[in-house]
Design a protein around this ligand. Structure first.
Ligand code: ZN
Length: 382
């Protein structure tokens, strides 16, 4: 049985699975995979209203074991009337398929399953192939991949390598393979003073110059120049809030938020200490709350990333670059268990109104995934 990538993508888009809702998408997938011989496990995690459905499906029990990871939840549509077509009623126009999830990432999930079906038509599978499909990637990610991975460990399903099918290419298929991501740290800086009349400034204490001074010190600080596989660590001030509505009042206090995306030269903790050093050097007193998001991670280029690179090159004729840019993904959880790389479609329209993917790209992505599956025997079992 051969699945058509376009038909499968359209069917998946038709389930309005706005995170963390599933609306039947994963049951549908498990039926399709069961028909190909996969052993499917629908795994529900979380309490009551926060329950999230996930799917783990595996074909074969031998090594090497390749796991494809992805998600079927999507971000909200925004105003539906602004869309060319209903976001859950996928339509094709001029070779472009429109619908929520077309590129992030129902098209990719469909491409991988279509690739398996084509491969199995003429081959018996080597090693084993599995899919970890979560319904909680776009949301809090608490009851998704993290818990499925724990379940996989308990049940002896940890793969030798993983491929995340998230859309990694900015402009064209074959541009980038992601081998890691930066970490994230948020800071909330508060400065206190004494409220008063602007004309009686000697009776008040304006905290604003100190806040500005400290923000300048943070903003100007050069954390590093980047590392072998990562861009430089970068701090962005995201908001400054005083809440003062009167022009004749010196405010009591001020606060600012900033977010840092950091490379592998730092951990959240060492970076937190550095922030305190920078602030202390200004000589001002302050309060600082640090919210630790995620640590950076890296799957060093090696056999696995080279296999994916070869597959991409064989089909597209482009040599993809290994990068670590962009926001975070579930690769941060999987990287704790095995080498993981990310390669999928084009990310130009993800999360936007009129999200889309071209038919050609979906077909080529299917070919790339099929090539990866053909190369499974070259994976080194861990
Ligand atoms: Zn995604």
């Amino acid at each position: 049985m051969i699945y058509d990538v376009i038909e499968l993508t359209k069917k998946l888009i038709s389930f309005p699975s706005v995170t963390p809702k599933d609306e039947g998408a994963l049951v549908f997938l498990s039926e399709q995979l069961s028909a190909l011989g996969f052993k499917c496990h629908l795994l529900e995690f979380g309490e009551d209203s926060e329950k999230v459905l996930n799917l783990f499906a595996r074909l074969g029990t031998n090594a090497p074991h390749l796991c494809y990871a992805g998600h079927t939840d999507v971000v909200p549509t925004g105003p539906i009337e602004a869309w060319k077509f209903n976001p859950f009623d996928p339509q094709i126009e001029d070779g472009i398929l429109y619908g929520r999830g077309a590129s992030d990432m129902k098209g990719s999930v469909a491409a991988f399953i279509a690739a398996i079906s084509e491969y199995l038509e003429n081959n018996t599978s080597q090693g084993s192939i599995s899919l970890l499909i979560t319904g909680d990637e776009e949301g809090s990610a608490i009851n998704g991949s993290v818990k499925v991975l724990e379940w996989m460990k308990e049940n002896n399903h940890i793969p030798d390598v993983a491929l995340i099918g998230e859309p990694t290419n900015p402009d064209y298929l074959g541009q980038e393979i992601k081998i890691g991501r930066r970490g994230s740290l948020t800071g909330i800086l508060k400065v206190k003073g004494k409220q008063g009349h602007v004309a009686y400034q000697h009776l008040a204490d304006n905290p604003m110059p100190r806040l500005i001074n400290m923000l300048c010190a943070l903003n100007e600080f050069c954390f590093d120049e980047g590392s072998e596989f990562f861009p430089p660590t970068n701090l962005e001030i995201t908001t400054i809030d005083v809440g003062n509505t009167a022009d004749n009042v010196i405010p009591e206090s001020g606060k600012a938020h900033f977010n840092i995306r950091f490379n592998d030269l730092w951990s959240g903790k060492t970076l937190g200490r550095k922030i305190h050093d920078i602030l202390k050097n200004t000589g001002h007193s302050y309060e600082l709350d640090l919210i630790y998001g995620s640590e950076s991670f890296l799957s060093k280029p090696g056999t696995w990333s080279d296999i994916v690179k070869t597959a991409v090159k064989d089909i597209t004729n482009y040599t993809p670059e290994f990068t670590t840019n962009g926001g975070t993904s579930d690769a941060r959880f999987i990287s704790k268990y095995c080498p993981v790389v990310e390669f999928g479609g084009i990310n130009k329209t993800i999360h936007q109104i009129n999200e889309n993917a071209s038919i050609k790209d979906l077909e080529d992505l299917t070919k790339i995934f099929k090539r990866v599956i053909e190369l499974i025997p070259e994976i080194k079992p861990s």
